[in-house]
Design a protein around this ligand. Structure first.
Ligand code: PPS
Length: 323
């Protein structure tokens, strides 16, 4: 069986490609399975990912992009490694916690002969820790039969979209205004969209015993509580002093200043791969780390469209995730 997708055809797609300087030379597809927008090369790996062999002792962190993935990965890595802060600081989180489908998401100039990230994820010593931004429909099928632990993190779609906008500027020098990018986001033109194929579908799975539903907003409100909840889910026990230490390590300022979590080197490498100079000082992966500021960044008209889009997508579902 082969994995297929149709070229993304949308009036906004051309504008969006041009604004990122066509870094995905082969454009985008909408996957036949699930209708997800991804770079064309994803079809080469899609079936292998669906057939990826899952282990019962894996721990997966799954999110829609820009929802607090890195924050959660660092928390889970430390919980799974007896709070070994020293080792955590010695190696970038992307090397400690592979991103399953990353190779297919990298512009060609950034691949640089590196090992395919599916191999990297597969051949880790157990317990393997694996990150993915894929929605349930494209994740390995064995996740639903072998049932390893999955930590899902949801973030309200407006803050997610604004964070995504800045991410595209940082990594691809995207030349769209906030409103133009939000339009593309709402029309499912950006990678991994639709947002709801991830958030709403994982929300439906939130009561599965092997799924933990966390939110970025809860992490901001009471990180200690999320640490305790996640530790219990992973079968780890922590003293209150250890919770405090982990909270400190996971604070925005500490992760921003930590080269193993702030992606500063990765960002420069990826920019160089597509011919961009080092990032300007006012742009960084660890950008703002706030909740609820997105509304101020878009025009009132686009903000209203966004609210309508949320209402349209959750109507009749009972969804009570962050909006
Ligand atoms: S990615 O590229 O999809 O993996 O990005 P992801 O890690 O999911 O999301 C990046 C956003 O998470 C913020 N972040 C944090 N916020 C608060 N505290 C901590 N410790 C933290 N670590 C990462 C990061 O700043 C990005 O959000 P924005 O809104 O852009 O600041």
């Amino acid at each position: 069986m082969s994995f297929t997708g149709q070229p993304l055809r949308h009036p906004l797609a051309e504008k969006y490609y041009a604004a990122v300087d066509n870094v995905y030379e082969d454009g985008y597809v909408v996957t036949e399975r699930g209708g997800i927008t991804l770079p064309r090369d994803y079809v080469l790996d899609g079936q292998r990912i669906l057939d990826f062999p899952v282990r019962h002792d894996d721990v997966w962190v799954v999110t829609f992009p820009k929802s607090g993935t890195t924050w959660t990965q660092e928390m889970v890595w430390l919980l799974m490694n007896d709070l070994d802060f020293k080792s955590a600081k010695e190696k970038c989180i992307s090397d400690r916690f592979p991103y399953l489908e990353h190779t297919a998401l990298l512009p060609k100039g950034c691949r640089d002969g590196a090992v395919n990230t599916i191999d990297k994820a597969q051949h880790q010593p157990p317990p393997r820790l694996i990150k993915s931004h894929l929605p349930p429909v494209l994740l390995p099928k064995q996740l639903w039969t072998v049932k390893p632990k999955i930590v899902y993190v949801c973030r309200n779609p407006k803050d997610t979209a604004i964070s995504y906008y800045h991410h595209r500027r940082l990594l691809m020098n995207m030349q769209l205004s906030v409103d133009e990018f939000i339009e593309a986001f709402l029309e499912n033109v950006v990678n991994y969209s639709p947002y709801w194929s991830s958030a709403l579908e994982f929300w439906k799975l939130r009561n599965e015993p092997n799924v933990l539903w966390n939110t970025y907003e809860d992490m901001k409100k009471d990180l200690g509580a999320v640490i305790r909840k996640t530790a219990a889910f992973l079968g780890k026990s922590l003293t209150e002093e250890q919770v405090r230490q982990l909270e400190e390590h996971l604070s925005f300022s500490s992760m921003r200043d930590n080269p193993a979590t702030n992606y500063s080197a990765v960002v420069q490498r990826l920019r160089a791969g597509i011919g961009l100079p080092p990032a300007p000082p006012d742009q960084a992966f660890m950008r703002e780390g706030a909740v609820g500021r997105a509304r101020q960044r878009m025009s009132p008209e686009v903000d209203r469209r966004f609210d309508q889009w949320i209402r349209d997508n959750i109507r009749g579902t009972g969804y009570d995730g962050p909006i």
